[in-house]
Design a binder for this molecule. Structure first.
Ligand SMILES: NC(=O)c1ccc[n+]([C@@H]2O[C@H](COP(=O)([O-])OP(=O)(O)OC[C@H]3O[C@@H](n4cnc5c(N)ncnc54)[C@H](O)[C@@H]3O)[C@@H](O)[C@H]2O)c1
Ligand SMILES: CC(C)C[C@H](N)C(=O)O
Length: 364
């Protein structure tokens, strides 16, 4: 991989490699764009096949956060970290302490939080070394694990997408096929069950499947069979790239609305589902609940205020759908337009009165 060429292509600002032999830390912090503010994005811990795929994941996820934060109306840029390792076996306190010191060294250019493979407890350890971490435990007056709030946002966005596809935003009686029933999707299933939707679920973790089968009457299928289920809504809530050349031909859903990041394997897959008449709720718009929630910590966390904003994901999806209809473009491009236009407006609206944080007249 030619790293600088890739960084130039999508205009990345910074890529930081962190290595600490004593704890086994191998992490990559990618900062995509800080036009709107410090880069906020979670830390993923995962067993990557090789270093190149870890770098690629960090870069793709960081850029996704730029768009997510911009489209959600946050004054934050986009960044993300990946830690190479197995979250079930390779974690230790020293590792997250060492990682916290690297974040502190960036002096606020990057703020972290949870993502796949990391927890509230991990954030608390990072917090021992730096203030530039969110999603820490509520005992510190913070917002805690963002997953239930992400789920609420996905539920709200799914309703808006359902309204466009079915003429009503009620999910009662709708069949939803959920891929991956981890932290976010467990909570999403609860909202869907409470509204009277029927659930088809899958996961590579049998215990996770069993929980939603027992609690919400879901029907379980094998991971490979989730795409071809007779259903109204496909909800990808595991990892990315599940909308691709193999899955699109067998999908029967009229709506795609889920929590996973980077759902389209390639941009052209967004064109293909648009041509197929599927209403796609773009991933980074519908799954912004978690980042909206943790970002509220920067103002002194207020749960009601954060949830009110997350509720607004319904309107954000409606806005994307209306840009898509107005301009005759797929929803993934409509979402990009929404985010890019906001970043550009803010870039141009830089204060004429301040230089280096001081009023220009203060130098006289
Ligand atoms: N947690 C958040 O607040 C948040 C916010 C925004 C986006 N996301 C994204 O949502 C997705 C889910 O996040 P999470 O926090 O629930 O993670 P999680 O690890 O708790 O859940 C993911 C689940 O997917 C399962 N899975 C993995 N590969 C699978 C496969 N091939 N088939 C079926 N199941 C599979 C895992 O076993 C796990 O149970 C991720 O893509 C994450 O980046 C999460
Ligand atoms: C900041 C975090 C809550 C980020 C979250 N994992 C996301 O992808 O949006």
């Amino acid at each position: 991989m030619e790293i600088f060429r890739y960084m130039e292509k999508y205009d990345y600002e910074q890529l930081v490699f962190c290595q600490d032999e004593a704890s086994g830390l191998k992490a990559i912090i990618a900062i995509h764009d800080t036009t709107l503010g410090p880069a906020l994005g979670g830390t993923r811990m995962w067993t990557y096949e090789n270093e190149e795929s870890a770098i690629e994941d960090a870069l793709r996820l960081a850029r996704g956060m730029t768009y997510k934060n911009a489209a959600a109306g946050l004054n934050l840029g986009g960044g993300k970290t990946v830690i190479i390792g197995d979250p079930k076996k390779d974690k230790n306190e020293e590792m997250f302490r060492a990682f916290g010191r690297y974040i502190q060294g960036l002096n606020g250019r990057y703020i972290t939080a949870e993502d796949v493979g990391t927890t509230e407890e991990d954030m608390d350890i990072i917090h021992d070394e730096t203030d530039f971490v969110t999603g820490i435990s509520p005992v510190f007056g913070s917002s805690g694990n963002p997953s239930p709030v992400t789920a609420f946002g996905v539920y709200r966005g799914m309703k808006a997408a359902a309204k466009a596809a079915f003429g009503t935003d009620s999910l009662e009686g709708k069949v939803v096929a959920v891929q991956g029933v981890g932290n976010v999707a467990y909570n999403l299933c609860r909202h869907l069950h409470e509204e009277g939707a029927s659930l088809i679920v899958t996961d590579i973790n049998k215990d996770a499947v069993e929980r939603v089968v027992q609690e919400f009457g879901a029907r379980a299928v094998d991971p490979a069979d989730i795409y071809s289920q007779e259903c109204d809504i496909y909800s990808p809530c595991a990892l990315g790239a599940t909308i691709n050349d193999e899955t699109i031909p067998v999908l029967k859903a009229k709506v795609i609305a889920g929590a996973a990041n980077n759902q389209l394997k390639e941009a052209r897959h967004g064109d293909l589902i648009h041509e197929k008449g599927i209403v796609y709720a773009p991933d980074y718009v519908i799954n912004a609940g978690g980042v909206i929630n943790v970002a509220d910590e920067l103002y002194g966390y207020n749960k009601d205020r954060a949830l009110k904003k997350v509720e607004g994901i319904y309107n954000n999806i409606e806005q994307v759908l209306s840009i898509s209809n107005r301009d005759g473009i797929p929803t993934y491009l409509a979402a990009d337009r929404l985010a890019e236009e906001r970043i550009e407006r803010m870039r141009r609206s830089r204060s004429q009165f301040l230089r280096n944080g001081h009023h220009i007249l203060s130098r006289r």
